[in-house]
Design a protein around this ligand. Sequence first.
Ligand code: SPD
Length: 434
Amino acid sequence: MKALGRHILVEFLNCKADVLNDVAAIENAMVEAAQIAGATVINSTFHHFSPYGVSGVVVIQESHLAIHTWPEYRYAAVDLFTCGDTVDPWVSFEHLKKAFEASYSALEMNRGATHVLKKGNDLQVKPNNTENYDPKKGYKINRNVWFTDKDDNQALSLRYTGEVLFDERNEFQRVRILDSISYGKMLAIDDMVMCTERDEYHYHEMITHPAMQTFESITGSAAKNVLVIGGGDGGTIREICKYSGLEKVTMVEIDEAVVRACKQHLPLIAREFSNPKVNLIIGDGIKFIAESAANLYDVIIVDGSDPAGPAEGLFTKDFYNNCKKALKQNGIIVTQGESPMFHSETFVELNKCLKQVFSVNQVHTMLFHAPTYPSGMWSLQMAVNGQHHPVTDFKKEAAARFSKTQDLRYYNEDLHSAAFALPTFVKTMLSSPK
Ligand code: SPD
């Protein structure tokens, strides 16, 4: 029977569950399935659903390949539809079967049997939109793939090219470098954005300079011995290395894959790893600080991930008690404090925890703008191991000189004090009794 199209409906069963929940892997497999069969890919749109499932379609010049997955059932419903004689949909089917490591049942239907259809002569068919067509290279694939950092109710999504430049899972976490469309290359740990080329300086300048400048203001000399826990992308040590008075910065990062990925793909962020003042230790920061000598560091910066996986211990009283011991008198600790809008509970709990380890008057909250973290409002918690205050004892002139000579792009002498000014709703969140 002659037909306009071939349509294969596939039930993929017993698939690898984690592949069925991986939007990038599925998009790649579907695009490859189309290309291997000789189809011309025009567009692809894939979406991940929370907590499980992916839907997507690859539009090809010869029609489409579509999928919906149920990872919890290890099942995917796929349809492969091609028109004309040039593309064999069974070739795509074979590719997907391997990619999903699936068993299957499939049936083929002929669509548009020509003996029952009548072709009209009077239809004026307009030419296709040729915007994405280059006569030499053919169609430009317009991929529509999104990375989503989310909890059950809120999310931040960044569109990326579909290129996964680095992807490794290890005993700690999954480390990926993706190529985002608007924010450049991005480091993602598990399903969370850690930093992007375009806005990383907001975070790295703010986690570093308010603490370093406060130390200098209250002690009258530059921080000489600094400890960073986490910070594997290298952005925080890059900022610390801008201080000429620095003698040594020790960085304890649990996952060497983060350092390796960033050295390879984010060299402007990871540019100070070879600085002789940097002592990189690949190891557990929680254990490191528990075993540290007392009274050692001028500034400690906790540049951890969110409190899931190996960073969980960075949000505990034990950990901050050990940090306090390791700080010199008038030393400063600063830690990434999550978001009052996105992780309200963790934000409040961490602040309470620090106030128990230090005292209420020694703990200070800063806010800054983080475009690629969910909600865009992020916090840092600072504790001063002494009686000085980061705003009232702040020496503006030195900070102004430093931010100018170092060409800082976010931090400056005005922002230093402004960052500690909190919206009323945040003050209220933090004023609840201990
Ligand atoms: N949700 C993002 C929390 C920030 C974690 N740290 C980022 C590392 C950048 N050096």
